[in-house]
Ligand binder design. Sequence first.
Ligand SMILES: [Zn+2]
Length: 246
Amino acid sequence: MITGKIVLYGNKTITGKNSFNGIKITHMLTLSTAATMTLDGGNVCLDFINSGYHQLETDEAERLHTYADFLLLARRLDLISASWHDDLLQLATQHPQKAAAVLSKARKIRTALYNLFTTRCDADPDGRRTGNLRVFNAALQDMWKQRKLTFEDGRYQSAWKHPKPHLEHPLLQLVLAAYSLLASRAQHDVKQCQGCLWLFLDQSKNHSRRWCDMQSCGSLVKSRRYYQRKKADGAAKQGRTGKAAK
Ligand SMILES: [Zn+2]
């Protein structure tokens, strides 16, 4: 019999028993929130994408339920200052429909980005990549409209046109970060964790990283494989016993 307790830190807490000999596996899952999810994607746009995905299953797991959640994540990713966070929160309260529209747009772009990163190595027979590129390119156009060139501190600099808090500002920053990553050689270093589906930038020396976090996902996948192997061994034994009995 295999028994164990698994605890994941940050992303999701899982406690359960991996049992064998006919006893079912039971897991209690507690999904992290925008305030508690770990931010170890290695790039702000990857952490943003991960906010919409589960740690273990393929189902989507929404962490951005409100514009306030989106702002909280943007603050944690250091995309906005504390004062901009407070100003934008106030602005969202004054213009709830606009804030909801920005959140909806952010989720749509997040889905497109997830698909773009995860289908990079695939063929595109159904035009899925093309469709997602269309969504992202539309977001890019909106973003470039808000950029300008300035001359400050003795050098030219790229800057935002809007000097005051702007509801779309965190999203525009994420689009810029995603564009920079997708258009760079580092696009080849974006990987999907084998344990939880989260995306991360593999900056290891030999580019052999397989987990977003070895302590949580690495251990979990090894434990899961061990259980599956034991289950297969047990089934094979039962099959042999059954055959002998006949
Ligand atoms: Zn993982």
